[in-house]
Design a binder for this molecule. Structure first.
Ligand code: PMP
Length: 326
């Protein structure tokens, strides 16, 4: 337990913190995982990370890590772009991720974040080559919003998406999230749930922390990897599920006004999962209700992540190793 001062209420609240995290090769008690105050400055500028969901299956009493391999592959790609080498193999980190969920005894939906940073603590702005990283893994309860009526009313942000030759968006780097923060702060202050960012070419890129699909005349359309997006794992999952549903998918540039006239739209990402977009800049999409393609996709996704569809068993890694799907 950690005590937090709730400024608005002026009271001290208790917030559940995990008993353990994983750092530098092993489990560490939450309260003992400390670092020097100066480390809040430059070291995190070159840090890369992942966000991974684990879904609880009440029927099988199991937590399924969703697309663990794909997340580790992307972590390695992000490290490479930072010219960071890994001190662990992918198998070692996969085991570490399972260990931290187990050590905390989580029997519910979880969100796991592995972070990699330069072990030698080099000042972030100095160029380095092939220096080793250290890894921190945190894990927290994160109930899924699938099956709820949560939606995302969106606006087009006045900010522009970072570009590949500015700060490569395909690296999942902490520093890139300055762009996302500006977008989401503006959107929230203006009364929207999410901001959608256009790239330097004026085409739709993605939302602050998620990718986007629209549906027009029965075809699902999503901006390509070259539009300044993070190479999203949920987006790739969505494409596969949509094609399995018989919905054609196009990966192509999307204009701003195509969002306004789309029949349906939804955001996708590990944290947002699949979230319907009823409006963009107050233009109502379709009749404003969750569209049939989005609805069916959400249902299929929900079945898949909880291990209820053996066709997608290959996406799941059981933490407690009780029940493989299929
Ligand atoms: N774009 C950004 C900027 C994100 O932070 C995320 C969430 N990781 C996504 C897209 C969606 O990616 P994924 O489906 O891999 O979570």
């Amino acid at each position: 337990m950690t005590q937090h001062k709730d400024k608005a209420a002026g009271t001290v609240t208790q917030q559940e913190t995990p008993a353990y995290l994983w750092h530098a090769g092993g489990l560490v008690e939450w309260d003992k995982a400390t670092t020097h105050i100066t480390n809040i400055a430059w070291p995190s500028i070159s840090m890369v990370f992942e966000g991974i969901r684990g879904y609880w299956s009440p029927r099988r009493q199991e937590v399924y890590l969703f697309h663990l391999e794909a997340h580790l592959k992307r972590l390695w790609q992000s490290m490479k772009l930072m010219r960071m080498t890994s001190s662990y193999s992918k198998e070692e980190l996969a085991r570490a991720i399972m260990e931290v969920v187990k050590a905390n005894g989580y029997k519910g939906d979880v969100y796991i974040s592995p972070y990699a940073y330069f072990r030698e603590g080099v000042p972030g702005y100095i160029g380095v080559k092939d220096m080793p990283s250290e890894v921190l893994i945190t894990c927290r309860p994160a109930p899924s919003n699938l099956g709820t009526d949560l939606v995302a009313h969106c606006c087009i942000s006045s900010w522009t998406r970072i570009a590949d030759n500015v700060m490569p968006p395909r690296a999942k780097a902490i520093a890139n999230y300055q762009n996302s923060r500006l977008v989401s702060t503006e959107a929230t202050l203006n009364g929207y749930d999410f901001g959608i960012i256009l790239n330097g070419q004026g085409k739709v890129s993605e939302a602050a922390y998620a990718c986007i699909f629209i549906v027009r005349d029965g075809v699902a359309i999503t901006p390509p990897h070259s539009a300044g997006i993070l190479e999203s794992i949920t987006r790739a999952t969505g494409i596969e599920l949509l094609r399995d549903m018989g919905v054609p998918v196009e990966e192509r540039d999307v204009d701003r006004t195509e969002l306004y006239i789309a029949d349906e739209a939804f955001l996708c990402g590990t944290s947002v999962e699949l979230r319907p977009v009823p409006s963009v800049d107050r233009y109502v999409l379709g009749d404003g209700a969750v569209g049939p393609v989005t609805r069916q996709l959400q249902e299929r996704f929900h079945q898949a992540v909880r291990g209820e569809d053996p066709r997608y068993a290959r996406w799941l890694t059981p933490v407690y190793e009780k029940a493989r799907v299929g």
